[in-house]
Design a protein around this ligand. Structure first.
Ligand code: IDP
Ligand code: MG
Length: 153
């Protein structure tokens, strides 16, 4: 089972869309193995978005991500990185297809509601930035017997 880091960004929290967005991931079959509301520091935002340092939107992005709490979570499921990214849609709200989270709830380039790791390697790095080992809780979920067939495991 793959894990990915999902962040519900400050605009999702401020607009009261946390439940709506989590609902989509849960309904798809993903299991929440860690979750917390966090006020992140500029240092953590900078580390998380280190790949974008120096770009024109970088300072605004760090300002945005630290302006208000975020909801951070680790989701687990088959192909979690690729599938959650597909559910999020294109980076910029106006370009995101209807039916995706960004395409259904956003119109902004920067305020695009949700972050998802872009590769399994990135996910490992990002999960470690936001969660301590003991904050990730593996547990059995009997309903998974009906989320996955034997051949999916
Ligand atoms: P992603 O979130 O779809 O992986 P990235 O290219 O990694 O997209 O960009 C990280 C975040 O930076 C985006 O989600 C968005 O909030 C912001 N961002 C990226 N490019 C721009 C831009 O050109 N203008 C404003 N904000 C941007
Ligand atoms: Mg990215």
């Amino acid at each position: 089972m793959e894990r990915t880091l999902i962040l519900l960004k400050p605009d999702a929290v401020q607009r009261g869309l946390v439940g709506t967005i989590i609902q989509r991931f849960e309904a798809r079959g993903f299991k929440i193995v860690a979750a917390k509301l966090m006020q992140i520091t500029p240092e953590l935002a900078a580390e998380h978005y280190a790949a974008h340092k120096g770009k024109g939107f970088y300072d605004a992005l760090v300002g945005f991500m630290t302006a208000s709490p975020i909801m951070a979570m680790v989701l687990e499921g088959n192909d979690a990185v690729r599938v959650t990214r597909a559910m999020m849609g294109a980076t910029f709200g106006p370009n995101a297809e209807s039916g995706t989270i960004r395409g259904d709830f956003g119109l902004s380039k920067q305020y695009n509601l949700v972050h998802g790791s872009d590769s399994p390697e990135t996910a490992q790095r990002e999960i470690a930035l936001f969660f301590k080992r003991g904050e990730i809780l593996p547990y059995d979920r009997p309903a998974d017997a009906w989320v996955y067939a034997d051949e999916d495991r």
